[in-house]
Design a protein around this ligand. Structure first.
Ligand SMILES: [Zn+2]
Length: 406
């Protein structure tokens, strides 16, 4: 039997070439205003998977914006037990390049320099596609039959909500409740963080309406700015008091409620503003109910409207209720952590942060999911790159995980 480590190392050049080609096939998410579908990438990757001897399948999500639909490419390597599948999820779409003048090279032509592959989507999420694909290749060439099926799911539409990607696949019944998933779409430079949980998130806009008047005659108006500040601080204090639980899985280990953006009001100093607009950003521990938060805000709003004769409008700009975390003691987490320790000599931290990957919809339907990759976190930035050494390092971790998971 060939050694997995030697095999993966021998793939390095091929991995660089495959990722470079992938980066040079544009797949900016159509819903970001300027893109195209993921079809060209699927047409490039499917023959590679077939060549490896895998059964492939393209699940097409109908999308009114794309006549041929949005493709999701699946491939499965059968295990000894074919009733369960360990999935590796990579997304095919990218965000736009942004301001082209901020890039040192064409963002849609891969550029290799100093051990890095530059280009939009090289890290987010090309690296995941390449590392999981070559990990399966190593398994096959080493003659290892995994205990459970190994699935590759290269999905569409992650960057604008996953409706035509992972969520569509879940709706189509592709995943079983006994399956497990690895989502290499977030991490740190050492590969020392395994994400098993995420906080809920809510962005709120408040508009406080009073009555504009001359600053020398406050009695004839209602100062929306002054009352807005009092209202903002009341909401801030009430939320911190009522939702102060701690969960050491998270960093920071508590819910955050922050008053952030403030819209400009009047032009001149001698006018009392008639309206005042501010925003809050909230990252909430998954055990808390977002409706309870909205209820408390509403009580304060009612009090302020009665007491200060203002009107206060509340708009939910964004709301995402976190799914229940994946158990940090789940064998998937334990096995991944032990493989990382063995290959890197580090004890990875298991916890929760940001969120917003394909793991969230999977956890929502009860599929244990870990988010892990070794990346410098350049997603969505100019001069995004994937480090070549991380391609082989992560592929080795995945190949070992695939070979050991029961
Ligand atoms: Zn991503």
């Amino acid at each position: 039997m060939k050694d997995l480590e030697e095999l993966v190392k021998s793939y390095e050049q091929e991995m660089v070439e495959t990722l470079s080609k992938l980066v040079s096939i544009k797949a900016v998410n159509v819903r970001s205003g300027e893109g195209q579908s993921e079809w060209d990438r699927v047409k490039f990757l499917e023959p590679i998977l077939k060549e490896m001897g895998l059964d492939t399948k393209v699940v097409v999500a109908p999308d009114p914006l794309v006549p041929e639909g949005r493709p999701n490419l699946l491939a499965v390597l059968p295990g000894k037990d074919t009733s369960r599948t360990l999935w590796f999820i990579g997304h095919l779409d990218t965000v736009p390049a942004g301001d082209p003048s901020l890039w040192s090279h064409d963002p849609f032509e891969a550029h290799v320099e100093d051990g890095k592959i530059y280009g939009r989507g090289a890290e987010d999420n090309g690296q995941a596609v390449i590392t999981s694909l070559f990990a399966v290749k190593a398994l096959i060439e080493a003659g290892i039959k995994p205990n459970v099926n190994i699935g590759l799911a290269f999905v569409a539409d992650e960057e604008t909500g996953s409706e035509y990607g992972i969520i569509y696949l879940i709706q189509q019944g592709i995943f079983k409740s006994t399956d497990m998933a690895v989502v290499p779409d977030s991490g740190d430079s050492e590969g020392s963080f395994i994400e098993v949980a995420e906080k809920s998130m809510m962005w709120l806009k408040f508009k406080v309406m009073g009555k504009q008047t001359h600053a020398s005659m406050p009695g004839s108006g209602i100062n929306a700015h002054k009352i807005g500040m009092m209202f903002a601080l009341s909401v801030d204090e009430a939320l911190h008091d009522n939702f102060s639980d701690r969960d050491e899985l998270f960093e920071p280990p508590f819910s955050t409620f922050e008053i952030t953006k403030k819209e400009a009001n009047v032009e001149n100093i001698n006018t009392i503003p008639g309206s005042d607009v501010f925003y809050m950003d909230m990252r909430i521990l998954p055990d808390e109910n977002l409706d309870d938060i909205l209820r408390i805000i509403d009580e304060i709003r009612t009090y302020f409207e009665y007491e200060y004769k203002v009107r206060i409008q509340l708009e939910i700009i964004q709301r995402s209720d976190a799914p229940a975390p994946t158990d940090p003691e789940h064998p998937l987490v334990k096995t991944l952590a032990s493989v990382i320790k063995e290959t890197r000599g580090i004890e990875p931290k298991v916890g929760g942060i940001g969120g917003g990957t394909c793991a969230a919809p999977l956890r929502r339907v009860g599929i244990p999911s870990v988010v892990w990759a070794t990346i410098d976190e350049l997603a969505h930035q100019p001069d995004e790159y994937a480090k070549i050494e991380n391609l082989t390092k992560d592929a080795l971790v995945f190949a070992k995980l695939m070979s050991r998971m029961e």
